[in-house]
Design a protein around this ligand. Structure first.
Ligand code: NAD
Ligand code: UDP
Ligand code: UDP
Length: 312
């Protein structure tokens, strides 16, 4: 049993990670400022004596004792990270400095939840880890993209300069239960719209592509990476290489939910990447990991979750 700190543990991915770590028998300290996370995400964990919750903003120093750190704290959807872009950059950069300082003081391993957004609107397809990306440094997505890029820089510099044990994972679009119904991400938007019989909002022509990974697969990859050999520090892409257009996603959601929704076409947001698909050969080789859950199965689970929560 280890004592493990999860920042952003009350969020979508963080709550699934906390749950998995507890099921494995570890002690979990969940640190969250509830910016986008919620107590309801972890309500089933609060009774567990091995689970502890600390309300804290990681842009401020944090002095706790723990044996390992997963740094997930950061709003992840465009609506939320663009709501207070300065805070987003602070969370990525100041937050990284604080958790890295904590890991350095304790001499422990730390994992950074980075993102496919470090590749920006990519001109290399699919994206492999050695691609440096095509990111606008001054656009409306930059607070997130550049914040995450700077956090990666900090992780690698703490590794080189202080000998810190690090792991950097680049997460591609992930979906599943506990996504927020109102955070504007495409899977949650489409499901909620379909369940309410409202129009499905397609930005642009819907020909842009994404590759969607079910949350259980993602958490499995993250766990495997954290426990992998010390000299494999990443960055490593974790995601599902099954690439589809946004129009195809709309059709899949509608076929799972049913209902009368029609498609509604709206303008494409600024800097919206045209295509995205992870090259996961590094994860396959180094972690013997690949996603298992087909899109239809994952959508069914996610739709069931939204049916329950929207009816509450
Ligand atoms: P989320 O918004 O559900 O979770 C983020 C959590 O961090 C929330 O609980 C929020 O309250 C907390 N938080 C935000 N700022 C904080 C701060 N300053 N101090 C403490 N807590 C803070 O998002 P998510 O989808 O669960 O994403 C988790 C991590 O994974 C993020 O770092 C995100 O960038 C990364 N990621 C997610 C995806 C995805 O598809 N979900 C893709 C790529 C990367
Ligand atoms: N820090 C923290 N918890 C700790 C140790 C450090 O939050 O247990 C913060 C500390 O506030 C500092 C940052 O982490 O600003 C970076 O720490 P580091 O030791 O790398 O740098 P320094 O303190 O020399 O600036
Ligand atoms: N999108 C859409 N309709 C929506 C929400 C999003 O067509 O209601 C598109 C969006 O323009 C993008 C893709 O779906 O091309 C994925 O958007 P999301 O915000 O989920 O993820 P990201 O752009 O960060 O990959």
């Amino acid at each position: 049993m280890k004592s493990i700190l999860v920042t952003g543990g009350a969020g979508f991915l963080g709550s699934h990670l906390c749950e998995r770590l507890l099921a494995e028998g570890h002690e979990v300290l969940c640190v969250d400022n509830f910016y986008t996370g919620s107590k309801s995400n972890i309500s089933n964990l609060l009774q567990n004596p091995r689970f502890e919750l600390l309300r804290h903003d990681i842009t401020f120093p944090i002095y706790v004792e723990t044996g390992q750190i997963y740094n997930l704290a950061c709003p992840a959807s465009p609506i939320h990270y663009q709501h207070d872009p300065v805070q987003t950059t602070k969370t990525s950069v100041h937050g990284a400095i604080n958790v890295l300082g904590l890991a350095k003081r304790l001499g422990i391993k730390i994992l950074q939840a980075s993102t496919s957004e470090v590749y920006g609107d990519p001109d290399v397809h699919p994206q492999s880890e050695d691609y440096w990306g095509r990111v606008n440094p001054i656009g409306i997505r930059s607070c997130y993209d550049e914040g995450k890029r700077c956090a990666e820089t900090l992780f690698f510099d703490y590794h080189r300069q202080c000998g810190l044990s690090i792991k950097v994972i680049r997460i591609f679009n992930t979906y599943g239960p506990r996504m927020l119904p109102n955070d504007g991400r495409v899977v949650s938007n489409f499901i909620v719209q379909a369940l309410r019989g409202e129009p499905i909002t397609i930005y642009g022509k819907g020909h842009q592509t994404r590759s969607f990974c079910y949350v259980d697969d993602l958490i499995g990859g993250m766990r495997r990476f954290m426990d992998s050999r010390a000299d494999f520090i990443g960055p490593v892409n974790i995601g599902n290489p099954g690439e589809i257009t946004i129009l195809e996603l709309a059709e899949s959601v509608l076929s799972v939910v049913g209902g009368p929704s029609k498609l509604k076409f709206l303008p494409l947001p600024q800097d919206d990447p045209k295509q995205r698909k992870p090259d996961i050969s590094v994860a396959r080789k180094e972690l013997q990991w690949e996603p298992k859950v087909p899109l239809k199965d994952g959508l069914r689970e996610t739709v069931a979750y939204f049916r329950r929560t929207l009816l509450d």
